[in-house]
Ligand binder design. Structure first.
Ligand SMILES: Nc1ncnc2c1ncn2[C@@H]1O[C@H](COP(=O)(O)OP(=O)(O)O)[C@@H](O)[C@H]1O
Ligand SMILES: [Mg+2]
Length: 243
């Protein structure tokens, strides 16, 4: 197994945001993680990337215990992640933003620049590489965020709503980019509300609700699962009530 998460829980004060999460991920898999807002998806990613320490449970990556390791140690071992709110250096060029990721494996400036150039091209940002990040629209930003993660040369990438806000054509292009990433041998876990993305990319899906795993299985079966429908419909009903 590339990644093993056993009974991972995380509390904030007395509130249990994540409860007993289980994930065994084989190298080369693409697994989806879905669930309504507040279900604990980002909290789980934060535990898997070392950005948060679990309150209890155990996480192993490529045979090493990483439960309480730092984010840097996670990155070095090969776990890369995107953030729901991307941390882009707005005034820096696109190439320089990607270089920040490339320094992890290439401490020499020239080598980092070369590696970043290759990734920028792979991510379809070559034409824009000398522009400041602030000049990018939503699709470009999503690509930059993915390129920055790729530059750290991860074995596993955690995508946290990395395709949100794209139009249907852009979604198809982003799906194609994720396929090319996967074809490089990279394993992925994808948090995404867009069902089309989950259905076309993932081989297996976990469903979270209120910190718990309420279902798991093949994507086609999951979308028809009563507990899943209830969790999503419940959320929509709540939203309607608030409006
Ligand atoms: N740092 C934090 N402090 C307190 N509560 C948090 C923190 N991070 C997340 N939460 C709470 O934990 C729950 C799960 O959040 P999150 O993992 O972001 O959900 P999701 O990504 O599925 O929308 C939410 O109720 C959220 O408000
Ligand atoms: Mg989230």
């Amino acid at each position: 197994m590339l990644l093993e998460a056993h009974q991972v829980s995380r509390a904030f004060g007395s509130f249990l945001a994540l409860s007993g999460a289980e994930l065994e991920l084989a190298e080369g898999e693409i697994v989806g993680l879905i669930g309504p807002n507040g279900a604990g998806k980002s909290t789980f990613f934060n535990c898997l990337s070392g950005d948060l320490q679990p309150t209890s449970g155990r996480i192993l990556f490529a045979g090493s215990e990483v439960t309480r390791a730092t984010p840097e140690a996670h990155a070095r071992l090969g776990i890369g992640r995107t953030f729901q709110v991307p941390a882009t250096f707005e005034e820096m060029s696109i190439l320089d933003n990607v270089m920040v990721g490339a320094f992890l494996r290439h401490p020499a400036r020239g080598e980092a620049r070369e590696a970043a150039r290759r990734i920028v091209e792979f991510a379809g940002l070559d034409r824009l590489r000398d522009q400041p990040a602030r000049s990018l629209g939503t699709p470009g930003r999503k690509r930059l965020e993915i390129a920055r993660v790729l530059a750290s040369e991860p074995r596993l990438i955690l995508l946290d709503e990395a395709l949100a806000g794209l139009n249907p054509v852009e979604i198809q292009e982003a799906i194609a980019l994720v396929r090319r990433i996967h074809a490089r041998g990279i394993t992925l876990v994808i948090v995404e509300h867009i069902m089309e993305v989950i259905l076309s990319l993932t081989g297996r899906v976990l469903v979270f609700n209120q910190g718990r795993t309420i279902a798991s299985g093949k994507p086609r079966d999951i979308v028809d699962h009563p507990a899943v429908i209830e969790a999503y419909l419940g959320q929509r009903r709540q939203r309607r009530r608030r409006e």
